[in-house]
Design a protein around this ligand. Structure first.
Ligand SMILES: [Zn+2]
Length: 443
């Protein structure tokens, strides 16, 4: 049987960075030894000062196939993921057609994904008004959990849950232990922007809209005992509420996204709607507070919310933030975007691996993913933490080149990627598997 050893002076384990040799046998990590250990492997790779990270697990990706494959698809999204060091993605139940709110829709999605994924893919189901009867079937079919909105999703076939519906759905999930992941903005606190510009857009979706919605989620989690997770937290003032809920023993977690940690509203150029997402990028003081919440483990993870659309929907000609589609595509550059700021703040690659690999893997119930540990899948990334490069959207592998990172210099470059022990190249044969919660194959 062929074996592989990868050596690095900087291996990012969950508890710190140190030198090691990682032995891979039969797709999995079979042993972890000293950097210079004689392991007699068929192939021996010495990365030297290049870091070795666990493959990233991105639990927030809108692939949009089937149905909106002109926005993004499994082939393009997973190639971008592979190039960015993301070895597992979890696909959101919207904006595909159909949305993943029934077992038959999940079957259609699995059929669409089959055979064209460069990395492993798992699926979220959707909780919408009226599909309570589908949740058990979707779980049995292998979704990793459920996504719901508390505000208009932008997609009519994926309407939001009311407070009462949220509680009912979470009650139905409590016993299974799978998370309800919630887009938390309260429509009662959101209003129409007073003008086309960015400041008016930010003002229309204020921090209080996130806070009120998170209060609703905390209440539902406390009442039902179900696990809840806040997606794409933008308003840092909510950290106090989330921290207090956790301290009270409520099963709550939260993610933020690279763009909230990287950009600030002050630097959004007029008319540049590629910066639009919901909830919005807020001001620099908020970004500072988000980093503090992350460092304090109040925010648990960082995932992309990769949400592309066609360039036409971004309405760049008018530059009107009222009408442009919201969503930022960053699957391929999330790791360097986060590392660029994290290293400046004195955080380590072990922190990044915890936020972008370990926690997301546990959220999605994928125990063989997300860490460099014996028995785990050999999903590994060679990463040069000192190299820098300038982002050019046209060179990224997702379907549309538009990105707010255009022209930005980022630190950290993905050098090589292994998926279950085999080196991945974006142009190679797609070897990704479709996974169910627990880690077995779905389908
Ligand atoms: Zn999203």
């Amino acid at each position: 049987m062929s074996t592989l050893v990868i050596r690095s002076r900087r291996v990012a384990f969950a508890d710190g960075v140190r030198e090691a040799a990682v032995l891979v046998r039969d797709n999995r990590i079979a042993d972890i030894a000293g950097y210079g250990a004689q392991l007699g492997a068929t192939t021996d790779v010495d990365l030297g000062e290049l870091a070795l990270l666990p493959g990233l697990v991105d639990t927030h990706v809108h692939v949009n196939e089937p149905g909106r494959t002109d926005w993004e698809g499994f082939a393009t999204a997973t190639r971008a993921a592979a190039a960015g060091g993301v070895t597992t993605i979890c696909d959101m139940p919207l904006n595909s057609v159909p949305v993943t709110t029934t077992v038959s829709a999940l079957r259609e999605k699995i059929a669409a994904a089959a055979g064209q994924c460069a990395v492993d893919v798992a699926f979220w189901g959707g909780a919408v008004p009226g599909n309570l009867g589908e949740l058990a079937g979707l779980l049995e079919a292998g979704v990793v959990g459920f996504k719901c909105f508390l505000i208009d999703s932008g997609i009519p076939e994926f309407p939001p849950l009311s407070r009462a519906e949220l509680r009912t759905a979470m009650k139905a999930l409590a016993e299974s232990g799978v998370p309800m992941i919630v887009h938390a903005e309260d429509p009662a606190e959101v209003h129409s922007p007073t003008g086309p510009g960015y400041d008016a857009f930010v003002a229309s979706r204020p921090p209080v809209s996130e806070r009120r919605a998170i209060e609703t989620v905390v209440g539902a989690a406390a009442a039902t005992g179900a696990r809840a997770h806040i997606v794409h937290l933008s308003a840092a003032e909510c950290a106090a509420l989330i921290g207090a809920a956790k301290a009270a023993g409520i099963a709550l977690s939260a993610e933020t996204c690279p763009h909230y940690l990287f950009f600030a509203a002050e630097e959004v150029p007029a008319g540049h709607t590629e910066f639009k997402c919901c909830p919005p990028l807020r001001y620099a003081a908020n970004r500072e507070a988000l980093w503090r919440a992350l460092a304090a483990d109040v925010i648990d993870c960082v995932v992309s919310d990769h949400s592309p659309c066609t360039p036409a929907l971004k309405d760049l000609d008018s530059g009107d933030f009222r009408t442009a589609w919201g969503g930022i595509a960053s699957l391929q550059i999330g790791l360097p975007a986060v590392w660029t700021v994290a290293r400046r703040r004195g955080m380590s690659l072990a922190d990044v691996a915890r936020w972008m690999s370990l926690f997301p893997a546990s959220l999605a119930g994928l125990p063989a993913k997300g860490q460099i540990a014996v028995g785990c899948d050999a999903d590994l990334v060679a990463f040069d933490p000192d190299a820098s490069f300038e982002v050019r959207g046209a060179e990224l592998l997702h379907r549309h080149p538009l990105t707010p990172y255009e022209g930005r210099t980022l630190t950290g470059r993905v050098a090589r990627v292994w998926l279950r022990g085999a080196e991945v190249s974006p142009d190679g044969e797609p070897r990704g598997r479709l996974l169910r919660r627990g880690g077995g194959e779905i389908g």
